[in-house]
Write a protein of this length. Sequence first.
Lengths: 204, 94
Amino acid sequence: MAVHQIHTEHTDSETGKLGMWIFLFTELFLFGGLFLVYAIFRAKYSAEFHVAAGELNAFIGAMNTVFLLVSSMTVAMALAAMQKGDRLLTLFLLTVTIILAALFILNKYFEWSHKFEFGIYPGSPVLKNMSHGELLFFGLYYMMTGLHALHVLIGMVLLSITIVRVRARRINSTRYLMLENSALYWHLVDLIWIFLFPLLYLIT
Amino acid sequence: MKHDEKHISSYSSLAVVLVILLALTTISVLATGFHLGPFTVVLALVIACTKVFIVLTQFMHLRFENLFLRLAVTGVFVLFALVVIITFVDYYFR
């Protein structure tokens, strides 16, 4: 019996990264489903969506877009720095990324609390008196930006753990899968916002 | 498997990518003032898709990944596009 032993070198990082991508696919469909619900209701209640979307502050939205785009670059640079063996630069760039993420969340806090002051929050009496379309818009707005903000927070936790591990030299220039995967997750957060921003804030 | 030579993105190319992404965002924001009617949505979506493509290929490094991963990601986006198209066909023709 001839046994052909085919020896292929599968490194951790190859499979680990593939696994991360497969997880990101599920995330894409999680948000994709919400985008689809939004698109259909927007087609159905276009006039009400137009009025409701006018309530959103496009400037805050644009500012948050800039924060996320810059942070996406810094995290990509952090990976490049680690691959080049520049540990301090990696730590610096990861810290910048987390600060930008915190600014995003801070902005979101101001944006939401401003809405809350006007009584626009899920289940509020003001919202209940609005038309069906406006109610749906704000429901989707809170659901989509809320779920996205949750992803930003999770991304911040992941990046913080990455920083700790880089400091402990558990992530180094030869083993950096966790940094790579945290970066991929962070880019996904950016990707989703790239669609959320024009759909919610710009198309009015 | 030939993955011995890892591609490392240069800082300057990443910075250029960011500038392009910011420029596209600016166009997207300015375009809302033009009152293009139904084309506003189309333009916004085209710009968003372009930005997503750039982030995927450059920041997420897909340009330098193996064919399997590139095909898998393309496949997932095609699948999502099909879901959107089929849903809208159903919505408009029922």
